[in-house]
Design a protein around this ligand. Sequence first.
Ligand SMILES: Cc1cc2nc3c(=O)[nH]c(=O)nc-3n(C[C@H](O)[C@H](O)[C@H](O)COP(=O)(O)OP(=O)(O)OC[C@H]3O[C@@H](n4cnc5c(N)ncnc54)[C@H](O)[C@@H]3O)c2cc1C
Length: 464
Amino acid sequence: MAPRSFDMIVIGAGPGGYVAAIRAAQLGLSVACVEREHLGGICLNWGCIPTKALLRSAEVLHLMHRAGDFGLKADGVGYDLDAVVQRSRAVAKQLSGGIGHLFKKNKVTAVMGDARLAGKGRVSVRTNNGTEELTAPAIVVATGARARELPGLEADGDLVWTYKHALLPPRMPTKLLVIGSGAIGIEFASFYNTLGADTTVVEVLDRVLPVEDAEISAFARKQFVKQGMTILEGATVTKLDRARGKVTAHIEKGGKSASHEFDTVISAVGIVGNVEGLGLEEAGVKLDRTHVVTDEYCRTGVEGLYAIGDIAGPPWLAHKASHEGVMVAELIAGLHAHPVKPESIAGCTYCHPQVASVGLTEVRAKDAGYQVRVGRFPFIGNGKAIALGEPEGMIKTVFDAGTGELLGAHMVGAEVTELIQGYVVGRQLETTEEDLMQTVFPHPTLSEMMHESVLDAYGRALHF
Ligand SMILES: Cc1cc2nc3c(=O)[nH]c(=O)nc-3n(C[C@H](O)[C@H](O)[C@H](O)COP(=O)(O)OP(=O)(O)OC[C@H]3O[C@@H](n4cnc5c(N)ncnc54)[C@H](O)[C@@H]3O)c2cc1C
């Protein structure tokens, strides 16, 4: 069969790949998007979306248990784990199916199969019906990442799970160990803990959610402990002994080793890029461990070859991947493309309480040589937070004392994953403290705390 020719081929239909394909098609390019497993990638099928569906069930359960706080009665409160998981899978399926419709609408050719670079401008795809060759002057690699497996802590799907097993649990854990307290680990810890699992989280670094501002980590930790979790920081799981129905974890902390029994372990120790079997090295692409090295425009240094999303390195977030998808499509179509600014990409963790941040932490700002002004505002000082029954949380802002530039914003509490975008827009528009202070925030909203935190940085907070 003669190769099919396109203007652009995208390998991988996760948020990076499918967005790149759609944007390029909007700009008049003929595009093929090759996907070996499922449209929507990890994000829609095994990541962002199904986890948020699970966490929503946990949140509703938590509120049902608190019905009395709101003057309500809810007897016999409980859950059906299979139904909770089925809902999560149905949400994922609905959204993954939606990508197929978007491809049809935008005339993107979806090719289901395993792709490999096969020389300049050529991609070979192994499909159910044999091997097909595609050609295009521009090829975008968006093959994403998978769970990192540490020696001795490998998942087996029964006692030791990765995020995929945790999304399709064979049973409800009774005594759960979560290894790693980044976003993925803490979200699963939060979900299973709310459903009643006796949950322990082990973090090798000195605090949970280690990329967050230290005050936010400490605040979140207190809440997790209040909810019954055991948090072991500066600790390492050195070995897992697996037996029928139980795992003995050997945990080292402060030079001492202790063994603890669990019936389930979730390993959430990071991710590795899907770089294997793609012919990247043969094509001359430079790899840094399991990631493709690119410049700010996602160019690999090999003419016509780009890499976006998780395979192109951190932050490993869907919105970073999709933004790079838009950028690269516009670049290939000959438009003036805007590189992604990593310091303006917000990170959100949907545990209870939620955590969200953008830009520099206070410590990183100081390390970078800034004189800082810091503002804080607690949820307890906000009318809407009290009305919602969510008085636990805080918003912290970090400014350059010299210029008034908002260097970073850090939040913990109800709905902060929705609030953070206000500061992201502010940073994108290069707003100063003055602009933020003069902005009128609607009342009563949680967003008023964003205003108050800025006011506090300049000694002008009104409600605390
Ligand atoms: C449990 C979990 C929760 C998460 N929650 C969030 C969140 O709340 N917010 C957030 O921003 N991010 C979240 N993430 C991260 C997010 O899912 C990723 O950053 C995002 O999916 C990366 O997009 P991508 O397009 O780079 O790759 P992916 O989504 O990984 O997609 C890559 C696609 O390429 C395909 N592929 C790979 N190799 C080939 C090949 N050779 N041929 C053809 N196809 C191939 C794969 O099958 C896959 O579909 C979460 C991740 C996990 C695991």
